[in-house]
Design a protein around this ligand. Sequence first.
Ligand SMILES: *Cc1c(COP(=O)(O)O)cnc(C)c1O
Length: 357
Amino acid sequence: MKVHNFSPGPAMMPPEVMQEVQQELLDFQGSGMSIMEVSHRSAIFQGVIDQAMLDLRTLMEIPENYEVLFVQGGASTQFAMVPLNLMQKGRVDFLDTGTWSDRAIQEAQKYGETRIVASSKDKAYTYVPEVEEGKLDPDADYFHITTNNTIFGTRLNQIPGLKTVPLVADMSSNILAERYRVEDFGLIYAGAQKNIGPAGLTIVIIRKDLIGKANPRCPKMLDYQTHAQKGSLYNTPPSFAIYLAGKVFQWMLKEGGVAAAEQRNQEKADSLYEFLDASSFYTSNIQPPHRSLMNVCFKTPDPEIDVRLVSFAESKGCMFLKGHRSVGGLRASLYNAMDIHGVGRLLEVLVEFEKQQ
Ligand SMILES: *Cc1c(COP(=O)(O)O)cnc(C)c1O
């Protein structure tokens, strides 16, 4: 039976990439060694990391005045790393759109004053609140947003902020899945395990003028400058994860880049939302303009039926549809590696399940 993996993260990887990795797993480019076995100081690995950084720059059209860093610790480490590096005046604005924004706020609070400019907590994070420019602090060190809310299934459909205040974005669940102008941001960060590769690698894209101003107490490993000065090779990097991410970047370039991926993602999400909206059995309570292309949250009329649906779907090869434990219901994650046929299969399974009720 063909398995379709709807996991929110770590998530499925492109099958072509996995096959290539399998082929060269024991012998990378005739070296007689696996890429995971070679020194991160070797020419062989330097080639891999250089190409991966270059390809990410091409994919996102990253301007010269931005640094690309490959670090560790997941997006959760960035919740602390950002304030440790970017807080000078000690005031930061946040848009609160869910659990991950909240975690970022909790962490930043340890280093200065945090202000929530707008929040969708009042309606269980089922929408993204409007940000009135007048409410933003022109003297803030930065304004923090989460572009896609993985747990609640919402996304920002426009980028808020003031041109004069660096915009910081947690893009963990939609980096490379939708087009963004890197110039609109001071800093972008993302854990790799949703749209890019396996867990263990974190991507940071930072405007160069924001580097080198870290809090004096900032641990060396959490200072962006440490990694920028050493080409992300200050210490041992997650070399195998970088190699895999590089393969995914190559795959994306071959498939038409971010614009083509966004179009495919829109089609996949549309087909699922259209089905849910037409159904009297399944519902999505996310406000349509804010619906995520990546994480489609929905439910049946009864939490007990939701539970049965998760096992039914797994018996049909559609894996990991359980909603986040804090939200319940169901969630289908449709990252770049999921193709339209996977969504088609999911629709068949949903129809079949409903008939049996
Ligand atoms: C998954 C996720 C995180 C947490 O990432 P870790 O790499 O596990 O720390 C943070 N923010 C968003 C938006 C996410 O989707």
